[in-house]
Design a protein around this ligand. Structure first.
Ligand code: ADP
Length: 239
């Protein structure tokens, strides 16, 4: 009887110890996440939203030229993974050529790694093509850092379709997803998720009419970024 009690006591002690260790590891992980988020949140983060062919790429190039920000395109990061020829890349390619969304864990992992690589020298991040779903935005802000601004390039479906078809016809290197069926599917995926994102991030989103001249659109972009940078600077002084 005594032996059983003794064993029971040690078994409980062992379990308590295991639980305490697990809790400690979880706390450490949370603290590390907070530390990383703090380090990144000093750097401006801008989400670039809009459907395929809305002109995000053109505006991102102009923003990089003016502000020297780091441009991270989720589509480019995924295409790099596909080009690496890995098993994971082959899986991703299947989803991408269907016009659907790849699992967020993959995209966020690639973005997170790219942010970590660049954060020591970056003046700001342009996160292009992300979030594509409300849940992606929530995961990004919890795991990387809050976004300071979202720019949504609003464009009609006909214009986007026309632009991508024209771009595909002129391109020397064809993208596997630039055929009419996949473009329609990409437009559909975009349409299904965007209103939820705009609703959740309404306060930090500027909707820009992307059917106009590139330079006129860029003037609006610059105004929004300058305003955000001033706000961030003022907030840093108060802290
Ligand atoms: N944030 C994301 N979440 C899930 N899938 C993504 C994301 N970004 C890109 N992708 C995948 O990569 C494909 C190409 O993305 P992208 O180059 O941004 O093209 P698009 O011109 O359609 O915006 C998308 O159709 C999708 O399959």
């Amino acid at each position: 009887m005594k032996v059983i009690k003794f064993e029971f006591f040690f078994c409980n002690l062992f379990m308590c110890h295991q639980m305490a260790m697990k809790k400690e590891a979880q706390e450490k992980q949370k603290a590390e996440q907070r530390r990383r988020a703090q380090a990144v949140s000093d750097i401006p983060i801008i989400w670039i939203l809009g459907g395929p062919g809305c002109g995000k790429g053109t505006q991102c190039a102009k923003i990089v030229e003016k502000y020297g920000f780091t441009h991270l395109s989720s589509g480019d990061l995924l295409r790099d993974e596909v080009a690496s020829g890995s098993e994971k890349g082959r899986e991703l390619q299947k989803i991408m050529t269907s016009g659907g969304l790849v699992p967020n864990a993959e995209v966020l992992g690639l973005l997170n790694a790219a942010v970590i690589r660049a954060k020591g020298t970056s003046k700001g991040f342009l996160i292009d093509g992300y979030p594509r779903e409300k849940s992606q935005g929530i995961a990004f802000e919890a795991q990387i850092a809050p976004a300071d601004l979202a720019l949504y390039f609003d464009c009609s479906e006909e214009t986007m379709l026309k632009r991508i078809l024209a771009r595909a016809a002129a391109a020397t290197v064809k993208r596997a997803d630039d055929n009419e069926a996949t473009i329609r599917s990409r437009l559909h995926t975009f349409k299904c998720n965007t209103s939820d994102i705009l609703e959740l991030y309404n306060e930090k989103t500027l909707t820009i009419n992307a059917e106009r001249d590139v330079e006129i659109i860029f003037m609006e972009v610059v105004e929004a970024i300058d305003c955000m940078l001033q706000k961030k600077e003022r907030a840093a002084k108060v802290c």
